[in-house]
Design a protein around this ligand. Structure first.
Ligand code: AMP
Length: 216
């Protein structure tokens, strides 16, 4: 059998996709919270556990044949060089604009900013830029690497663009979602050359994923 390497996003996707990996027959055989490279129940499939933003790069360069990564990451960092054959339906969330609950933007929406140039704190500068530019709204983007919810509370920004799942984190910090930019969920991606060179093995694994997605 052809050996296959699957790059997994550590963090929420890794946590959420463990039942799916088990159903596919490729549960990690080792400590996925520490090891960066580990075998699975299937001797022909190994896992790489890496930062979500690095998954498209590993798969694009063929260091991994396949990957599991959020649509948010593919949209922000580019996934055009990859096949994206399957929505795994896990790690569901949405990319939204949020602001403090007493902001006039809560009632009036983004239009209430008028000619004010909003400051937008986000880990998703590309998506934010594209969204506001499509609205024809001038904004200043402030790139952050985490804890976006803090930015409006301390006056660093007027709004944030961040992932929302249950909404609990926003609520706990006195923030309100005002617009949804897009929906996201974990996607299976495949290196284009591997899809040709290792077609039978990848097709078989894709079929196992497709079956498992319907059943998990
Ligand atoms: P929640 O409180 O359930 O709305 O989750 C929001 C927090 O979890 C924010 O800090 C998000 O950045 C993060 N988050 C939510 N969903 C995801 C996801 N699918 N992938 C990565 N981070 C997420």
């Amino acid at each position: 059998m052809t050996a296959l390497t699957l790059a997994l996003s550590k963090g929420r996707i890794l946590e959420d996709c463990t039942p799916l990996l088990t159903a596919v027959g490729i549960a990690p055989a080792g400590d996925a919270s520490r090891l960066l490279r580990l075998p699975t129940q299937d001797a022909n499939v190994e896992l790489l556990v890496i930062r979500p933003t690095d998954v498209p790069t590993y798969v694009e360069y063929g260091a991994a044949d396949l990957g599991i990564v959020g649509k948010d990451i593919l949209l922000e960092h580019g996934g055009e060089a990859l096949y994206e054959p399957l929505d795994l339906g896990i790690a569901r969330c949405r990319l939204s604009v949020a602001t403090q609950k007493d902001s006039p933007l809560v009632k009036g929406g983004l239009d209430a900013a008028g000619s004010q140039r909003l400051r937008v704190a986000t880990k998703y500068p590309e998506m934010a830029r594209r969204y506001f530019s499509a609205r024809g709204q001038q904004v200043e983007i402030i790139k952050l690497y985490g804890s976006m919810e803090l930015a409006p509370l301390v006056g660093l920004s007027d709004v944030i663009v961040d992932l929302v799942a249950t909404g609990n984190t926003l609520r706990a910090n006195g923030l309100v979602e005002i617009v949804t930019i897009c929906e996201s969920s974990a996607r299976l991606v495949v290196n284009k050359a591997a899809m040709k060179m290792k077609h039978a093995a990848i097709r078989a694994l894709l079929d196992r994923f497709t079956l498992a997605v319907g059943n998990v």
